[in-house]
Design a protein around this ligand. Structure first.
Ligand code: F0G
Length: 359
């Protein structure tokens, strides 16, 4: 007898089935990803100029990042093609997502990560979901070179975003934004690391426009960390460095696709310093109640500079993708916040502390 709950469809494949290359009859590997909230950011908006800014909160996916949209499709297809194992290089989020979806599918996951350079929460996820975690001395770019060779040598599917199914899954975020706003935004700011996601969004906006579901497409603004900004340099860079470890990447694999997204949309790439990134992460947390990881905040940091510089025209609708949840990286969050207060339980101490604080 089939379990009615287990049989319930869900996730982005079910919702956007006709727009995804998943064959009828394929066993869907999903954890109900997608349908993430689009939240208004009053502190970034400008009422007098009618500029409205929204955050697409991708940290609310099952493993806490946008990777789940791509992983449900990549894993479904890997299982459909009888693959028994998957592999990825990762700065953390891909490994967490691959580990979870592999667990769901009952296949083995190998994740190759830069030693000491992934956020604690992401490492915990990969370990808890039972992936084989392999740490290397090199950075993400070195890990990527290692894993790319494996599918030729063993029956293992690569689930990095060079796997085209990943981008198909991730393009559904653009569909959702248009479904949620009733139109495409004028500007879309998002973090760029390995450059798959910006390429996927552009594909999604293009497909909805081609189908007549949107009249316009946004300018794509690719945001990088200043210490890991190959698109600003115009060439791959050695030894990328940033506190936003998720985007600590010097040699993006989807270079041409990302460049095309920016060129065709008449957008641009921009970079922000680690200080600017942390400031935006903190503002999002303490002014709008949204806790994203540092790499996600680079989109808001990029927008902040354009708002201050008056480069966003009046009446614009702007979306920033917040790619991953803040809980992924508790260390960076704690480091930039004031220490907790310490009070004894002597009567009156808490009361006078509160009365002082509220003034
Ligand atoms: N934001 C977060 C939180 C990420 O984890 C990543 C990429 C990006 C942005 C950039 O997206 O690579 O498509 O340009 N993380 C990958 C990983 C590289 O291994 O988890 P991209």
């Amino acid at each position: 007898m089939t379990d009615p709950i287990e049989e319930q469809p869900g996730g982005i494949i079910q919702r956007y089935r006709t727009r995804l290359p998943v064959p009828v009859g394929a066993r869907l590997i999903h954890i109900n990803e997608g349908a993430t909230p689009l939240v208004h950011l009053p502190f970034m908006s400008d009422v007098s100029r009618n500029i409205r800014v929204y955050a697409k909160c991708e940290g609310l996916n099952p493993t806490g990042s946008f990777k789940d949209r791509g992983m449900t499709v990549a894993m479904t297809m890997a299982v459909h093609e009888n693959s028994r194992a998957v592999i990825c290089a990762s700065t953390g989020n891909t490994s967490a997502s691959a580990a979870a979806y592999a667990a769901r599918a009952g296949v083995m996951a190998f994740v190759v990560i830069p030693d000491g350079k992934i956020a604690l929460g992401k490492l915990a996820q990969a370990m808890m979901h039972g992936a084989k975690v392999i740490q290397i001395d090199g950075d993400f770019d070195a890990a990527m070179e290692m894993v790319k060779r494996i599918p030729e040598e063993a029956d293992v599917t690569l689930v990095n975003s060079v796997n085209p199914y990943r981008l198909h899954g991730q393009k559904t975020a653009a569909f959702e934004i248009i479904d949620q706003l009733g139109r495409a935004p004028d500007y879309h700011f998002l973090p760029v690391g390995n450059a798959g996601n910006i390429s996927a969004y552009w594909m999604g906006y293009g497909e909805y426009a081609d189908s007549g579901l949107s009249d316009t497409k946004p300018r794509m603004i690719g945001c990088q960390a200043a210490g890991a900004a190959p698109f600003i340099s115009g060439h791959p860079i050695e030894e990328p460095e940033t506190i936003a470890t998720a985007i600590r990447i010097g040699n993006p694999q989807s270079w041409e696709l990302a460049q095309a997204a920016v060129d065709e949309s008449r957008g641009c790439f921009k970079s922000s310093t680690d200080n600017e990134i942390l400031k935006s992460q903190k503002s999002l947390a303490d002014r709008s109640g949204i806790f994203c990881e540092p790499a996600s905040a680079v989109s808001v940091a990029g927008l902040q500079v354009d708002m201050t510089g008056g480069r966003i025209p009046d009446d614009s609708l702007v979306v920033c993708t917040l790619t991953g949840h803040g809980l992924k990286d508790p260390n960076v969050a704690i480091q930039q916040s004031p220490d907790p207060f310490r009070l004894s339980d002597r009567s009156g101490e808490l009361r006078s502390f509160i009365l002082d604080a509220i003034g």
